[in-house]
Design a protein around this ligand. Structure first.
Ligand SMILES: Nc1ncnc2c1ncn2[C@@H]1O[C@H](COP(=O)(O)OP(=O)(O)OP(=O)(O)O)[C@@H](O)[C@H]1O
Ligand SMILES: [Mg+2]
Length: 383
């Protein structure tokens, strides 16, 4: 076996080496951020939000050194206090490459708040700020306005990217934080925000509800999947670059079966690629598919155990692409109960991110889960 690095990459860290085919999205995002248009990006998990933002930020950093870029991931942040502290820390860290400057800046910049600065053995990664909670709560505006203040002071601009933004809505007293953020941020001239997340219903509720503070905060961007033809050429190219062959048929089948889902196209391609010495054949393809399903099995079983019989039955109807879920015929065929229970169960499946609804049609969000589901409940083979 050759010890070659895989041309297909999937994982929690975004890898720009295998980034592909988002020219239009990238252009729109970069333009917005450079022209000071706040941008909100929504898409289901693993379609490529973080990768897109990362790519945009990286290009902006090389093209316009005057923009200071900040990335905050709210995935593991679970209180307002932690959010504000991490916001302050990341903004200050982005303002300079030297940790000595961070300390100096932290000492000078706050008016009402007194930060406790801590710095460890490795200053670059061990720098943090903390505040007295009561003071922080009272003066949170000061933190929220930090980038604008530093931008004016240092003659730069700030781009603040906040991943899994909808997590803020779980915090205690989110409404008051939400109002404060909106009122402070909308006045800023040298700071732009890119807010993104994967919980569509929550994101839409924050940004598209006319009675909420963040209504019309910026350009709302529903990120779509990468098109099949783009994936096909990407796959063929990557195989060719590493001296392996894949026929048109298999190169088409990968995104087709994965329904163009970014993560899964990469994962499936990787399994096929790593088993291929010279050229992809039927056996390699099928083994890779089995491996793909079995490596996700525990997750799928857990997902099913979490559902009621009514919800599983509804999934069956969706998998069979029934158009009228509440028609008498569908209700009877799939034992769905009343149309009220269909709508209740549908909302639960939406909230659990198991299905997506677009133009009144539902589909499963996870194409591999769908393959497995069809096998278990309808005895359909994967291919
Ligand atoms: N433009 C792209 N080109 C190639 N592969 C991509 C691209 N975008 C995403 N991917 C693949 O999909 C995976 C998931 O992408 P990413 O983490 O950016 O999605 P996400 O929408 O941020 O997901 P989550 O909601 O889980 O945070 C990546 O690891 C990569 O394998
Ligand atoms: Mg992400």
């Amino acid at each position: 076996m050759k010890d070659e690095i895989s041309p297909f990459v999937f994982g929690n860290l975004v890898n720009l080496y295998s980034f592909t085919n988002r020219e239009e999205d990238l252009k729109r995002l970069k333009k917005n951020l450079i022209h000071g248009i706040n941008t909100i990006i929504i898409s289901p998990r693993r379609w490529g939000k973080s990768s897109l933002v990362e790519k945009a930020i990286q290009e902006i950093n090389t093209e316009n050194p005057n923009y200071k870029t900040v990335k905050i991931d709210l995935f593991s942040i679970n209180s307002e206090e932690a959010f504000l502290e991490s916001f302050a820390r990341e903004v200050i860290k982005a303002s300079s490459t030297k940790w000595e400057h961070w300390i100096e800046e932290s000492r000078q910049i706050f008016k009402n708040l007194i930060p406790k600065i801590s710095i460890g053995i490795q200053p670059d990664s061990d720098f943090s700020l903390s505040f007295e909670w009561k003071e922080l709560k009272k003066n949170s505006q000061e933190i929220l306005n930090l980038p604008e203040l530093l931008a004016e002071k240092n003659g730069v601009k700030f781009i603040i990217c906040i991943d899994e933004f909808q997590n803020l809505a779980h915090f205690h007293d989110f409404e008051s934080l939400e109002k404060k953020m909106r009122s402070v941020w909308q006045k800023q001239k040298k700071t732009v925000y890119c807010l993104y997340g994967s919980k569509r219903h929550m994101m839409v509720d924050i940004f598209n509800n006319s009675s909420k503070p963040f209504y019309k905060f910026g350009d709302l961007f529903l990120l779509q999947k990468i098109k099949k033809e783009k994936w096909v050429s990407f796959i063929k190219e990557k195989f060719a670059e590493t001296g392996k062959k894949i026929s048109e048929k298999f190169a088409q089948k990968i995104p087709e079966m994965m329904k163009n889902h970014s993560w899964y196209v990469q994962q499936f391609s990787y399994y096929i690629w790593s088993e291929t010495e010279k050229e992809v054949n039927e056996t390699i393809f099928n083994n890779a598919l089995n491996l793909l399903v079995s490596s996700n099995l525990p997750l799928f079983q857990e997902r099913i155990e979490d559902l009621s019989v009514g919800q599983i039955n509804l999934l069956k109807a969706i998998v069979k692409q029934e158009e009228q879920l509440s028609s008498k015929n569908t209700l009877q065929t799939y034992h769905l109960g009343t149309s009220a229970s269909v709508s209740k169960n549908k909302n639960i499946l939406l909230q659990k991110d198991i299905i997506n609804e677009e133009n009144k049609t539902q589909e499963l969000l996870d194409p591999v889960f769908e393959l497995w589901f069809k096998k278990v409940y309808f005895n359909e083979n994967y291919v």
